[in-house]
Design a binder for this molecule. Structure first.
Ligand code: HEM
Length: 417
């Protein structure tokens, strides 16, 4: 007896099932009225494709430009680019919960970033919040200055040679963040070879994306006995191991109780973001020698009144040009550009005038709020001046950059100007 009729029937059934599901999503689904790319409205594969291709931010930005401020990016998922809903989706008081995307980041060790358990998240923020307050950061400034001093020494030593700016900013950020979190750097700036932490960090960031969209792929392939694949798979474990080791030293010095996963994850969260911002801002400045010259003059004047070689926050906070250059760097090249997904709780919510049913994933992207043409005319040009204009600046301009989704590290970022 041939099996072909059975195979044909199964394939036909599969096709009918998929077509029926697509028709339901287009014609009867509660989100059917929300515009968006056709494929995104009928299947989640459109979004998975863009995640794996690394093009989510630019594709969603293009879709927002075409379809408007609220778009459907998967059958059960919406993206917003209207700044008026930032607080409703992301503030501390919101009823929306972080999506399962965040548990993919932590390999089962809960920390402040995942925050899916709201009560535990609130508790941890209460415990750690003071460490991110500006006053605490100012107190820790000498630690930051020490790392910047080391970094400047390397620049002097390497003056006549090419430097990989991104790698060096990563090493600087890693030592600053670890000093702030544990009172001592991991020592990335002690040598001019790349610290192993950094390749583990790259692997971890790639793996988090894969774990989110293809959760079955990593467990399915974890048995493959290829050393480089095994090394790739275990990168996050090594990152947390750095956190644990550093935390052990911290405990032995300070005998305080705190979770090592917290330190490990914040080293991850603070390092890549800061170095990406520094790299892109330096790149923009490299393209504008005239702007560099004005900034140098501003810094030279500040140095005349300063009492240390590395300028402190109090010397820098009133420098108009420096501050707007940092704002413009954060705006034009957001280090966390993509969607920050939240899930609508039981009963649904109303957002930007539309009813969003429970279980829907909603998100905003720094990339689209920061490149909104109404708030930021000519959004793709590096123009720090836009922050100085009192009458030209739009009210939205203050919203996205630092008030953006729970950016706890914001005060830190500004202190590292
Ligand atoms: C330019 C540098 C930085 C950028 C662009 C940035 C961006 C962000 C963004 C967009 C979020 C929200 C994530 C979400 O809700 O899904 C966030 C959260 C967070 N950031 Fe940063 N960050 C930076 C630096 C830092 C640094 C240096 C630290 C600490 C050492 C840090 C620690 C945190 C923590 C703990 C959270 C989670 C807060 C919570 O959910 O309660 N960040 N950051």
């Amino acid at each position: 007896m041939t099996l072909w009729p059975l195979v044909y029937s199964l394939v036909l059934l599969g096709l009918l099932w998929s077509a029926g599901k697509a028709a339901y999503r287009l014609l009867f689904h509660p989100l059917r009225h929300v515009p968006g790319p056709f494929l995104a409205r009928i299947s989640v594969k459109w979004l998975i494709y863009h995640d794996l291709a690394g093009s989510r931010a630019v594709s969603l930005y293009a879709a927002h430009e075409k379809y408007g401020n609220i778009i459907r990016i998967a059958p059960d998922e919406l993206s917003f680019s209207d700044h008026t809903v930032i607080k409703e989706i992301y503030s501390q008081g919101t009823t929306l919960l972080k999506s399962p995307f965040y548990s993919g980041l932590n390999e089962g060790l809960p920390n402040l970033f995942d925050g899916i358990d709201r009560e535990a998240h609130k508790e941890t923020r209460k415990l750690l919040g003071h460490a991110f307050a500006r006053s605490s950061i100012i107190e820790a400034e000498p630690l930051v200055a020490e790392q910047i001093d080391k970094f400047l020494d390397w620049i002097k030593q390497k003056e006549a040679t090419l430097m990989n700016v991104y790698a060096w900013f990563l090493m600087l950020s890693l030592d600053i963040v670890s000093s702030l979190l544990m009172g001592q750097p991991v020592g990335a700036l002690d040598s001019d070879t790349e610290h192993p932490y950094l390749s583990n960090l790259d692997n971890h960031l790639i793996m988090s994306g894969v774990r989110w969209q293809l959760p079955y792929l990593l467990p399915l392939t974890s048995w493959i006995p290829i050393p480089s694949w095994q090394f790739f798979l275990t990168s996050q474990r090594r990152l947390y191991e750095y956190g644990r080791r550093a935390f052990d030293v911290y405990i032995s010095n300070h005998s305080r109780t705190k979770r090592s996963s917290e330190i490990g994850s914040q080293m991850i969260g603070g390092t890549d973001t800061t170095s990406t911002t520094l790299t892109y801002t330096a790149w923009e400045l490299a393209k504008q020698p005239a702007l560099q010259e004005v900034m140098r003059n501003e810094l030279r004047t500040a140095r005349l009144h300063a009492d240390s070689e590395v300028l402190r926050d109090s010397d820098l906070e009133e420098l108009p040009l420096l501050n707007v250059v940092v704002m413009e760097g954060l705006r034009l090249h957001p280090a966390a550009p993509s969607s920050l997904p939240r899930v609508v709780p039981k009963g649904g919510v109303r957002l930007s005038g539309i009813r969003v049913p429970e279980g829907t994933t909603v998100s905003m992207m720094n990339f689209s709020t920061h490149h909104n043409r109404e708030a930021f005319p000519e959004p793709f040009s590096f123009n720090p001046d836009r922050w100085l204009k009192t009458n030209g600046g739009t009210p939205e301009m203050k919203e996205p950059t630092c008030h953006s989704p729970r950016g706890l590290g914001c005060a830190l970022v500004f202190t590292s100007r």
